[in-house]
Each structure stands twice: as C-alpha cells, then as structure tokens.
Design a protein around this ligand. Sequence first.
Ligand SMILES: Cc1ncc(COP(=O)(O)O)c(C=O)c1O
Length: 482
Amino acid sequence: MSPQDVLTELTALQAGDVPTHGGATMAYVYDSGRVDIEELAAAAQAAFQWTNALDPTAFPSVARIENDLVGAALALLGGGPTAVGSLTSGGTESCLLAVLAARERWRANGGAGRPRLLLPVTAHAAFRKAAHLFDLEVVDVPVDPVTCRADVAAVGDRLDERTALVVVSAPSYPHGVLDPVGEVAALAAAAGVPCHVDACIGGWILPFLDDVPEPFDLSVPGVTSLSVDLHKYGYAPKGVSVLLAATPELRQAHWFSTAGWPGYPVVNPTLAGTRPAGAMAAAWAVHRLLGTDGYRELAGQAHEATLALVRGIADIPGIRVVGQPVATLVAVAEDGADGVDVLNLADEMTARGWLLQPQPPFAQPGGDLPATLHLTVTGATAGRVPALLADLTAAARAAAALPRPVADPELVAAAATIDPATLTVAEVDALLEVAGVGGGRLPERMAPVHALVAALPRPVAERLLSGVLDLVYRPAVEPTRP
Ligand SMILES: Cc1ncc(COP(=O)(O)O)c(C=O)c1O
C-alpha cells in the first residue's frame, strides 16, 4: 500500500471514536484548544520516537529531559532539598510505583505479614490495581458522604503497624474534591507511615489557581510522595507522568536492578524496560513553550469555565453539583424529590454530542455515595459552557420523562448464585447477551447496563466487565497467511 493509502485507512478508523478535540468529550482527553501546543508536541514526539529511554547513558538527552521535568514538578509542588522524582508512562504507573516503593520500605523496616494500603474509597482505582499486583491488603476508608472528602478520624482508626502507605487525592477523580491532606499526612507521620498525594489530575492545575483551600503538595509535613500527570493538565500527549519522592531512598525503593543474567546489566527506574521517549520530549517542549505564565492562563480559563458550569448547574432542576470542586472536575448528582436520574441524563447528553462519564452509586459505612456524572473541564470546553448548560437543561428535562433504569431483579437474583471464578468465557459471553451487551457491542442507551452493573454482586460485575473487554479484543482475521 502507499503511505497515503495507509494513512487514509488508519485515520478512517477514527470515525467511530469520541472526538479528542472540541471540549465535548469530558473524560479521557485534555484538549488545550491550542494548535501551537499540538503542533509543537507532534514535532517533539516525532524527533524522539525512535529514542529508547531505557538507557540514559546511551541517550543523555532523555536524562536531561527527565531531570528538567522532574525539577519543574518539584518547583511547582513543594519539593524540598532532598526530593527527587521519575518520569513514568502515566498516572497508573506513578501510583503503582508509589505503592511498590512504600511496600519495599515497609519490608526493609522489618514489616511482617501482608502490608496494608489505606485508601479513601474515592482514591483512584489504580491503587487497587497496585494492591492486587504487589500483594497488599486494601483497607477502605470511608469518605464524608456529603463533602466526599476522606474521613480523617477513620484514617486514624485504621493506621497500624501493618500499614505501608496512606493515600489522599488532590483532587479525587470521582468528585474533584480535595482530601484533608495536612490532617491525614500528620496522622500518618505520627504513626511512622508514609503518605502519598495522588495529584495525577490536579497537580498541574492547582498550583496555578489562587483559591485552593489548603496546601496539598510535598511541602506538607508527612507527605512522602506525590504523583502528577503531564498527559493531563500538562497538556502533553498520552504517556507521561511524574512520580515525586521526598528522598532518594524512597525513589530507589521502586527501582529494579539485576546483574543476574548473561545479558546487559539492567537497572529500571519504572515498570517498563524499553521506554518510549516521544511523550517525554513532547511534555518537555510544551513545558518550554508555555512556561508558568502559559500554564496559569490555561488553568485560569478552565477554572473560570468550571465555576460558570457549577453556577449554571445550580439553576437546572433535578440535578446538583457534589461537594466543593477545587479544580476543574465536576460531579453531578440527582437532586431533590423530582430528581433526574443521572444515568438517563448521561444517555441524553450522549445523544446531544457530549460525553459525560457515568459513575455508579457506591455503598460505604457512614452513608452511601450517589450515582454521579463526571465532567473534566479543559481549555477547549471553556468557550462552550453556555452550549453545555443549554444542552444539560434540555437533557435533564428529557431524562426526567424517562423511566428510571432498574436492573432486572430475576437477573440480579440469578447472578447472586454465580461463582464468577468458575465461569468459562463462553458462559460470560452468554450472560452478556442476556445483559444487552452481546458481542461486545454497547447499546445506544447505557443507563440499563450501568444500573445492572451497580446492582450485581461486585465480583460478578467485575467478571462481566472483563467479559466485555474479552469480546472487544478478538484478534482480527487476516484474509490469507503471508
Ligand atoms: C487522581 C487520578 N489518579 C490516577 C489516575 C490514573 O491515570 P492514568 O489514566 O494516566 O493511568 C487518574 C486518571 O484520571 C486520576 O485522575
């Protein structure tokens, strides 16, 4: 095929994707709305696409890029004289490594048995993945059901000699609210436990805002590590995040080195071996282009838009904003006796060209959390707030007229008898057919599917979710063998 034909075919694949640009996709993507940023990022990425960040002695350029970006992050986020950091592939990897480092430190300090990870229930799921991979026991910490901030007393009750790490979010992904970082970090420090601030989504925006209610960064006593993603509000392309550590010893604790094989001596600071340098180079370039003033301007735009959105939602009957959003994330819940079901609202917004991310209701001690819709506001949404509010108003009216999505009680009762561990892939496929997502094709209206997922026993729901992915990822069949 000619390069032109290949590219035509490749870009045609994107026809079914949600838009990455224009501000209507309010999760997954961070659109600055600025062509100059994107052109520079693409050029930087292209210049480094064949470079291997595996070995900074062979490619000193990547060491320079990493040191510059980590230095910038430390300057922005309160790193002290001993603080260091690493570039990783994204928020999940930064969170994984923070947990790995804490586990290694806990073991080195004589910790015995299975270490514990204290997680406010709103902490990102990446920490549950870390606990799964590195064999820690998750200890759930409830959040205040009204403010959705981590409950400090509940953290205190759960700290013990098996606790390897406490996590707080700045802000949390589900509700965009700031955990009481100072209070939690102080309790953790008093118990000799490290405290990680997950600022993956907020760390490159909060420092540029004037009205952040309380300090949240590495300068807060007791905070030992912090994650911040450049591929979110750093407006870099996907694949780059920063993990900061208060001391080089803590950073060393997530490194791996071996001379125990006949090949080249290996030392990996992160999970990967070969590391792509393209996104790192693009992040470096965007950072140079924007500087503090450029980021402040973009953060201000997105924040103003968020405030306007919050004010506008207050005037829409049947819905409300949850908690006090501190950055540029908003969670919308049903409000009042004539409340609007937010799962139906999500479908109505999808029909109007917007992607608002449904988040299921969540049961926890002290008060359940309602179902919400998540909205990530970026520079590109800023100019579209009036249109967004107009569509939200119309969508709320339309959603109010729809029947509430309820899970089929017979299906839920039958699911309760299933042991998900024993299900074969074919049986999962058959169950998904009954649930309305046969063949991995999602229906136009997702509200009933979300309602079902929320009603199922969690292990069954988790097995079915994997089943959907199993259907989506089926190898495409080549017409002939080469
Ligand atoms: C607070 C927080 N932590 C971690 C992550 C995981 O980041 P990633 O999707 O880059 O792996 C996210 C993603 O939105 C996040 O918001």
